[in-house]
Design a protein around this ligand. Sequence first.
Ligand code: NAP
Length: 258
Amino acid sequence: MSLAGRGAVITGGGRGIGRAVARALAERGAAVVVSARTTAEIDGVAKELTTAGFEAHAITCDVADEASVRAMAEAAVKRLGTVDILVNNAGIALSNPVKRLPLEEWNRILAVNATGTFLCSRAFLQGMIDRHWGRVINVASVAGLRGSRYIAAYTASKHAQIGFTRALAAEVADRGITVNAICPGYVDTPMTELSVSRIVEKTGVSQEEALERILALSPQHRLIRPEEIAHVAVMLCHKDGEGINGQAIAIDGGSGMH
Ligand code: NAP
């Protein structure tokens, strides 16, 4: 399968899942833009990819800021010509019991994870409609499919992201565009490292015990690799992936089975 001639924007492309998705799409021939707030990280990923012989650019952006998204979208179209694939992957995770959840934390998580997905999708949608081809891939979470303790804001933001996915998928289904969500369980990325550190900090258990608590949530007793998320993103861009629309695809080793 070749994505030659396709332009792809991956938000949160500076590390973790976004970095793996950017590499996988670039390896299939897409020209990519990696975007996030930390310029040094996205520059590093773009350099890694260009050194490997792929077309890659870094554009700094805060997805929660409308003007920043508009500027990023303009710059991305300038660099790539067209943006055919959008991976809404930028996200943040914080935990707190609801009774101690500050409004600022709630608002920020919703702004990045849910509103960011909307702002970026809106910014690239018209181009996809004009060309009658587009793939919007929202990296949500299994937290968007069910509820768990202490992550109410994150859970609400990921449910919103999946709801938006379904609604947009219905809206553009006859325009050659598919919109899907990928819902990972715990993935081996800096975000999960941070979750482990927070468990240690809040409960006083060892690093190993904290990781074990996370692994115990997976029937496969392991973290998902970022490349496994990238694999499904590539599949959704495949011409034979066209029929998959408005779905929330769990990649979690089967934890939703029980
Ligand atoms: P990560 O390692 O922390 O990377 C997150 C990326 O998002 C970074 O590049 C970060 O860069 C960017 N980002 C954060 N806030 C942003 C903002 N306001 N504007 C633009 N970029 C922003 O996390 P990850 O594990 O790869 O997670 C990627 C996505 O997968 C997230 O949506 C997350 O919720 C989801 N997910 C992760 C897991 C997991 O276990 N790791 C599980 C399920 C779902 P800057 O900080 O420089 O902006």
